[in-house]
Ligand binder design. Structure first.
Ligand code: FAD
Length: 413
């Protein structure tokens, strides 16, 4: 069987599924290929994780008509408290200082997955093929070609453009022999949902501890999603602690900042690394999301960065369509790569330096860390810059991020 589509997207995680919705809004026919069954209970991309994301990400979701269904499960972040254990100095970043209602939101990944899978299933111009095994992929002058094996048959898919949204270990990237740079941090993230006696509504915490960091995202009126980024040996210890011991661990690290931990949910452990693809576009090929760049979650920026990629790619493909260019044209895709380069560089540098400064036990670095926090507290200009970074409002903004819907004919044609 041979099938022809405008776009083939490999990977129906958050990024691939959201992109597929936007491409469908542009009127393009899309095939969304996923290796695991698309039910959120069997999809590791939509696990027990809670995603903290910025206002710019919310704007993208809203522009794509996805936000109203997702927002029912979302909690607002109005302030972020940043501190370092054992050091004087903390800072609170507040939405109102930026004239915003909210700095960001927290959403259970499962809720996001459910809304996305319901949406793609309703679209006439999206075909979902899952579970499917990618056998090979190639590009010719005429099309990008993907051969798949499903439970029923082998299928050969042809598309104007192939997009790899298949995560950090992207098979698409490997099939096209695209190199990657990989930096190991020898760190792992231990994530768990916590219940607490009392919670300050809308307040998220970023706490740097010796050799790592703990983020607490308010996930409900009574609980946090905890992400502990620690060295891999310590992560092993955290995984075998009893629930009570883990609650005490969190409590001790946060001192008096949070109330008593009353409940600890199941814990998950994920190794952390910085993985960057050496190329993100070729003729008829683009990489996006973790397939293009997988960054440390210390500042919760990975998904945000990917949503700005999605907004930029949709804008460029919409404009190309208006000009009568097919979406796989290299010069079109190169515009996407050029546009996104600077934002990616800033986010990677920001995240990487946070890890280096805040996890280094040497005294001069520890003093620098304290100075950094104090500077953030007392220098309004620096705080503003930091807030713009956290809310995803640095650099050239795509129309979707600014609230222009993807169906606007002015922008997208
Ligand atoms: C512990 C942790 C906490 C995080 N917290 C935040 C946060 O708070 N805020 C934030 O902005 N970011 C956060 N991130 C980052 C965020 O989770 C990622 O940026 C985001 O999930 C990337 O999504 P993706 O769709 O690109 O990749 P993935 O989620 O990896 O999805 C890839 C999809 O492709 C499928 N796939 C893989 N191979 C194939 C194949 N060969 N064929 C077909 N399908 C395939 C997979 O099954 C999957 O569905 C966090 C990351 C971690 C590890």
């Amino acid at each position: 069987m041979e099938d022809r589509f405008d776009i083939a997207v490999v990977g129906a995680g958050a990024v691939g599924s959201i992109l597929a919705c936007g491409l469908s809004d542009l009127g393009l026919s899309v095939v969304l290929i996923e290796k695991v069954p698309v039910s959120t209970s069997r999809q590791p991309a939509f696990d027990e994780r809670h995603l903290g994301f910025s206002r710019s990400t919310m704007m993208v979701l809203r522009g794509l008509g996805l936000w109203s269904a997702m927002s029912e499960g979302a909690v607002d972040i109005s302030r972020i408290h940043v501190s370092s254990r054992g050091r004087f100095g903390s800072v609170v970043i507040a939405a109102e200082d930026e004239g915003l209602q909210s700095l960001g939101y927290v959403l259970p990944a499962r809720v996001m997955g459910r809304v996305l899978y319901e949406t793609v299933a309703e679209r006439d111009n999206i075909e979902v093929i899952a579970p499917a095994t990618l056998i090979c992929a190639d590009v010719t002058e005429e099309a990008a070609i993907v051969v798949l094996e499903t439970e029923q048959a082998t299928r050969t898919i042809k598309a104007d453009l192939l997009i790899g949204a298949d995560g950090a270990d992207s098979q698409v990237r490997r099939l096209f022999h695209i190199g990657q740079s990989r930096q190991k941090y020898d760190q792992s993230a231990v994530i768990a949902n916590l219940g607490v006696q009392e919670l300050d509504t809308g307040l998220a915490y970023e706490r740097f501890i010796e050799g790592g960091a703990i983020a607490l995202l308010p996930r409900s009126e009574t609980g946090y999603a905890a992400i502990c980024s620690v060295d891999s040996v310590e992560a092993g210890h955290l995984m075998i602690m009893s629930n009570t011991e883990f609650g005490v661990y969190i409590q001790e690290n946060f001192g008096g900042y949070i109330s008593r931990v009353t409940e600890v949910g199941e814990r998950f452990c994920l190794p952390l690394a910085l993985v960057r693809s050496r190329e993100v576009v070729r003729d008829r090929l683009a990489l996006i999301g973790n397939a293009a760049h997988c960054i440390h979650p210390v500042a919760a920026q990975g998904f945000n960065l990917s949503m700005r990629d999605v907004a930029a790619l949709l804008e460029i493909l919409g404009k190309a369509r208006k000009q009568g260019l097919h979406p796989g044209t290299l010069s079109v895709l190169q515009r996407y790569a050029d546009w996104r380069k600077q934002d990616e560089r800033i986010v990677v540098a920001f995240t990487d330096s946070l890890i280096r400064i805040f996890t280094n036990p040497l005294l001069p670095v520890a003093l620098m860390r304290q100075k950094g926090l104090l500077a953030l507290r007392y220098l309004p200009g620096l705080r503003k810059l930091f807030t713009r970074m956290v809310t995803g409002r640095l650099g050239r903004q795509a129309a979707l991020v600014q609230g222009v819907s993807v169906t606007s004919s002015d922008i997208y044609g």
